[in-house]
Write a protein that binds this ligand. Structure first.
Ligand SMILES: [Zn+2]
Length: 429
């Protein structure tokens, strides 16, 4: 199919983007083929009149888990046993069938909300790769997926026994990297420290769990096999261990010092800022988050660390990407726009810079900037339409009126919203 998006206001996703009017974006199959004057659309294109709406690149979320919905815990509920849940979802062929269907449903929700590329960093078995391949073959509707499949943790470590599997020695780490490689991932994920969700001790959210020699062995093996390594890290000590031993991207982050900044630069590593999972813990009343007092306290520490890390990295020209950490409590698959809103508010970067980072910037970090991330001839036809100017109001991204994902046009994208979640999130905007 050939489409001409006419009478829109184009924001192309590049660093210095300005709204452009009078131009039509032409797509042919899965590619943007040209940008011409509105009056000069050649024959053979179906015209889509945008009536002044804004046309921008599809959003890219660099930190996704396609494992859960983001439903928060109920009041007075016991902490979730994720290993038990994992075993329940993978125990036999029938439940695996339904679990994979959940995963592909979440992927579809992502694209319906305007996210046309996701990078998954820890999931159930190799479902993420399976869903990626089915989307690529046109069997399912969904975003472009770069996936880590199951992550690597240590006994008692972050999500060990569910979306990550534990290793106890450098040899086991190398072995598990090789096994994971057989599931055809795009990257390898390590869980180096604990997180807010698995600490019930005040002041102990990002305790180092994975020993440096295991980190080193896993990174060496991954690099040998041609994979980059992303690592869950929520303390300064953890960031040091990660960067000293070969990790390529620090997911979440923690307050950096001069040594950490130097390590980021020497390693050419990047920071993926994730504010969405920390805000509910840190800011919500306990009666709303249903978290423990310790989790709230730890959430405050982690949020501060994530903010400090992103801000200091940006000041030092270290690439910083945006990820929402979907699946965490209160982080749903249709709310990536909130991460942009928070980035602008808490990291203090302009709306233009924020939008650039969530599109072409994230594509560059993921190594797919020649393929997607901006509206330019030759790029993949990944675009969204919103009513108002996001450079003035990022909340316009909440309601995407059209999505094109690799040339597939979704004219009226709809998602079932979890109203009870949005209601409380809206109060803390
Ligand atoms: Zn995560």
């Amino acid at each position: 199919m050939k489409y001409a998006f006419i009478n829109g206001t184009i924001l192309d996703g590049t660093k210095d983007m300005e709204p452009v009017t009078g131009k039509a974006v032409l797509t042919d199959g899965d590619k943007i083929v040209d940008i011409v004057n509105n009056e000069e659309v050649p024959d053979g294109y179906e015209k889509i009149d945008l009536n002044g709406s804004y046309l921008l690149p599809g959003l890219i979320d660099l930190h996704v888990h396609l494992a859960l919905s983001g439903e928060p815990p109920k009041a007075d509920s016991k902490p979730k046993d994720y290993t038990k849940l994992y075993n329940l979802l993978t125990g036999n062929k029938i439940v695996r069938f339904f679990a994979k269907r959940l995963v592909s449903g979440y992927a579809k929700t992502e694209v319906m909300s305007g996210v046309t590329t996701i990078r998954t960093v820890g999931g159930i078995l190799d479902f993420d790769a399976q869903v990626r391949d089915e989307i690529n073959k046109g069997k399912l509707v969904g975003p472009r997926i770069l996936c880590a499949n199951t992550g690597i943790s240590v006994p008692g470590g972050h999500f060990a026994g569910s979306i990550a599997m534990p290793v106890s020695s450098p040899e086991e780490a190398k072995q598990l990297v090789r096994e994971t490689a057989k599931t055809d991932p795009d990257l390898i994920k390590l869980m180096i420290t604990g997180g807010v969700m698995d600490s019930d001790e005040k002041g102990m959210p990002g305790v180092l769990k994975m020993s440096p020699d295991i980190v080193k062995a896993a990174c060496e093996e991954a690099h040998e096999l041609g994979f980059k390594v992303a690592a869950h890290v929520e303390s300064s000590e953890g960031v040091k261990v990660a960067l000293e031993n070969g990790v390529d991207s620090i997911e979440h982050g923690a307050t950096p010092d001069d040594e950490i900044i130097k390590l980021f630069k020497d390693r050419k590593a990047v920071d993926i800022c994730t504010l969405s999972p920390a805000i509910p813990y840190a800011k919500f009343e306990l009666s709303e988050s249903h978290a423990t007092e310790a989790a709230k306290h730890n959430g405050e520490i982690v949020l501060e660390g994530i903010m400090e890390c992103a801000k200091t990295c940006i000041e030092n020209d270290i690439p910083v990407g945006l990820g929402s950490d979907v699946s965490c409590p209160f982080v749903t698959h249709y709310n990536f726009w909130r991460e942009l809103y928070y980035f602008n508010k808490y990291i203090g970067r302009s709306k233009k810079e924020t939008l650039h980072r969530a599109t072409l910037g994230n594509a560059t970090i993921a190594g797919i900037d020649s393929e997607t991330g901006s509206i330019e001839a030759g790029k993949s036809a990944d675009m969204i339409v919103v009513k108002n100017n996001p450079l003035i109001d990022l909340t316009t991204l909440r309601n995407v009126s059209m999505v094109m994902t690799r040339g597939i046009l979704i004219r009226d994208p709809k998602n079932k919203k979890m109203k009870h979640i949005d209601e409380v999130l809206d109060r803390y905007m």
